[in-house]
Design a protein around this ligand. Structure first.
Ligand code: SF4
Length: 288
C-alpha cells in the first residue's frame, strides 16, 4: 500500500457543498450510459471541453452504441473524428467497440475496463465512477494539482492515486469526482488559483503561499504539457488524414500534402498504414 497524505473529511464536505450546485452542465454528465461516458473521456484526453460538446453529441447520434460503431468501417469514424486530433485514439475506440460487441457485455470494473484498447488507468476510473458509481478516485491533471496543494507536498503518481481513492466519500463517487475535476479546472487553476474565495483555503497547506514553491510544480503525474504542434509529426499526420477525408490521394503527393520531405513523409505514411489509419490501394492512399 502506498503511503499518501491524508485530507480531512471537512475538506471533502466543504468541496462537495461548494461544488455540487456549481457543476458545469455537460451533456455526458446527463447520462450514466457507459458508452457515452467512455466516448466523452476518450475525446477529452488533451482536447478542450468546449470543443468536445458538439462533437460528442454528433458522435452519439451517429454511433449510439458500441455495436453501431463496431459495425461501421474505421474510415467513417475517422471522418467524424476530424479536428479532434489523435486519430490513434479513434482507432483504439473502434477496436474497443468491437471487443465490447464480441463479449456481449460492457466491462464494469477498473481492471476489465483497462483491458480495452486505448483505455488507461485514468479513463478506466472515469468510466467506473461516472457510469458504474464505483468508489474510485479519478485523477486528472487538475485533480492531481489540487491534491498536491492541499497536502502541501509533491506527489508521486501512486501516492496521488491512493490519496484520490481515499478521498472518495462512500457511494458518492459520481458527484465527488465531478466536483473536484471542476474545482481543479476552474478554481485551483495552474497559474492563478483563486485562493481568496476558495472554500478550503483554511485547510489548504499551500493556500497561495508565494514564499514556498508550489507543490504542484513537478509533482509526478501533475504536469501534462502537450508537445509543440507546429512542425511536429502529429501535424504532418493530421494534414494527410484531413486530406484523405475528402477522398484518395496519390501516393506520390503525400509528401506535398504533409509539407515534409519525402524521407519523413515515407516514414510517417508507413506508421499510419501500420496503425490501420490509412492504406495503399494501387498508387493511391485511402482512409481507414
Ligand atoms: S487555497 Fe488555493 S491552492 Fe489551496 S485548494 Fe484553494 S485554490 Fe487551491
Amino acid at each position: 500500500m502506498t503511503e499518501a497524505p491524508s485530507i480531512s473529511e471537512e475538506v471533502v464536505s466543504e468541496l462537495l457543498a461548494w461544488g455540487g450546485p456549481r457543476l458545469r452542465d455537460l451533456p455526458w454528465r446527463r447520462t450514466r450510459d457507459p458508452w457515452g461516458v467512455l466516448v466523452s473521456e476518450v475525446m477529452a484526453q488533451q482536447t478542450q471541453v468546449a470543443r468536445i460538446i458538439p462533437r460528442w453529441e454528433a458522435f452519439m447520434e451517429r454511433f449510439p452504441t458500441p455495436e453501431s460503431l463496431a459495425e461501421a468501417p474505421l474510415a467513417d469514424l475517422l471522418r467524424l473524428w476530424q479536428g479532434l486530433g489523435y486519430p490513434r485514439r479513434a482507432r483504439a475506440l473502434h477496436e474497443a467497440a468491437r471487443r465490447i460487441r464480441d463479449s456481449g457485455r460492457f466491462p464494469s470494473t477498473v481492471e476489465q475496463l483497462m483491458d480495452l484498447p486505448g483505455v488507461g488507468p485514468y479513463t478506466a476510473r472515469a468510466v467506473a465512477a461516472f457510469a458504474f458509481d464505483l468508489d474510485v478516485g479519478v485523477l486528472d491533471t487538475n485533480v492531481g494539482r489540487l491534491l498536491a496543494r492541499l497536502a502541501g507536498e509533491r506527489l508521486r503518481p501512486a501516492a496521488a492515486q491512493t490519496m484520490a481513492d481515499d478521498l472518495v466519500p462512500k457511494g458518492d463517487a459520481w458527484i465527488w469526482n465531478q466536483v473536484v475535476m471542476d474545482f481543479g479546472a476552474t478554481v485551483c487553476t495552474a497559474r492563478t488559483p483563486r485562493c481568496d474565495g476558495c472554500p478550503v483555503n483554511k485547510q489548504c497547506a499551500w493556500a497561495g503561499s508565494t514564499e514556498r514553491a508550489d507543490p504542484a510544480q513537478g509533482s509526478a503525474g501533475v504536469s501534462g504539457k502537450q508537445a509543440r504542434f507546429a512542425g511536429s509529426d502529429r501535424q504532418a499526420r493530421g494534414r494527410l488524414l484531413a486530406a484523405l477525408v475528402d477522398g484518395p490521394i496519390l501516393a506520390v503527393a503525400v509528401a506535398v500534402v504533409m509539407d515534409r520531405d519525402s524521407v519523413v513523409a515515407d516514414r510517417l505514411l508507413a506508421d499510419l498504414v501500420a496503425e490501420g489509419l490509412c492504406r495503399r490501394v494501387d498508387d493511391e492512399i485511402v482512409l481507414g
